[in-house]
Design a protein around this ligand. Structure first.
Ligand SMILES: [Fe+2]
Length: 303
């Protein structure tokens, strides 16, 4: 672990103070300046470590367009990118921009950003001692994990439609269903490609442990994506997933136009929720998991 100089300490403190201040002082859209000049050498070094670790693991495991997106956007292992540089490329490619936020934002704010082709990115980065695990998304998860695929028009359109669906369905008691859809695609989705199964979810792409687990462990189920099925399925927020859903390429992204979504929501309205590890007779099972990892974890957690 590197020691900070006094100056870096002061800058790190200033960055955290700025985050706290920004959380209080943002406008209704939660957007704040990235404050690129406030990152310390230690912040950039954390980015480099996280980047290099994932960039070593991901080739052959992630959809190739993710790596192409990193390159095209100039997301490199040199340090935390300046959002202005990202936006110059992203804007002219798919019309998206990234906006800096202090952290997680409320549902209505999130949906409104996506519906307007803006992706909120947390501006601060984890501390060196949080390299392997962090409770909240930070700049590495949000930027490295999510933004490269926004260079693809169909994926970018999917996220915009998700935001619009969220706005349309606010107040109808359906947001848990949309949250599951986001979780099992945007965060933890797998994809069938001509070269085999690949990761495309940002939650996997930004985690070295889950990068291996999602593709190579015998423990989790891998089940063909079905929109209604996914929206019935609870998920784990604190550990590796018990089930991953597999899209048939980017063409497998479902239409989220509200007129297409409503019949699916109506069809599952009375169906019971499913536990994360459930496998149904009608599932298209790619891999039936042993469930070993989840059983071991459960045995370690006292009731
Ligand atoms: Fe995320």
């Amino acid at each position: 672990m590197t020691r900070r100089t006094g100056e870096e300490d002061a800058m790190a403190d200033a960055l955290r103070a700025a985050a706290a201040e920004a959380a209080l002082e943002h406008g209704p859209d939660y957007v704040v300046p990235q404050g690129f000049e406030r990152y310390t050498a230690e912040d950039h070094a954390t980015w480099v470590k996280l980047y290099e670790r994932q960039h070593t693991l991901l080739p052959g495991r992630i959809v190739p367009v993710f790596l192409e997106g990193l390159d095209a956007l100039g997301i490199h292992p040199t340090g935390i990118p300046d959002f202005r540089d990202i936006n110059a490329v992203l804007g002219r490619t798919t019309g998206w921009t990234i906006v800096a936020v202090p952290g997680l934002v409320p549902d209505d704010v999130f949906f409104t950003h996506l519906a307007n082709r803006r992706f909120p990115v947390t501006f601060w980065i984890r501390k060196p001692e949080e390299l392997d695990y962090i409770e909240e998304p930070d700049a590495f998860h949000d930027l490295f994990g999510h933004v490269p695929l926004l260079m693809r028009q169909d994926y970018a359109d999917y996220l915009e439609a998700y935001g619009k669906a969220g706005i349309a369905l606010m107040g109808e008691g359906m947001l848990h269903r949309l949250a599951r859809l986001y979780w099992y695609t945007v965060e933890f989705g797998l994809m069938r490609t001509p070269d085999g199964l690949r990761i495309f979810g940002a939650g996997i792409a930004s985690s070295p442990g889950e990068t291996r687990f999602a593709l190579e462990s015998a423990s989790p189920n891998r089940i063909g994506f079905d929109l209604g099925r996914v929206m019935r399925t609870r998920y784990r927020i604190d550990d590796y997933q018990e089930t991953y859903f597999v899209l048939d390429g980017f063409d497998g992204l479902p239409s989220l136009a509200v007129e297409d979504l409503r019949p699916v929501l109506a069809a599952i309205a009375d169906a019971p929720d499913l536990d994360p590890g459930d496998v149904l007779a009608e599932d298209v099972v790619v891999t039936r998991g042993t469930g070993e990892y989840a059983r071991q974890r459960a045995a370690k957690i006292p009731n």
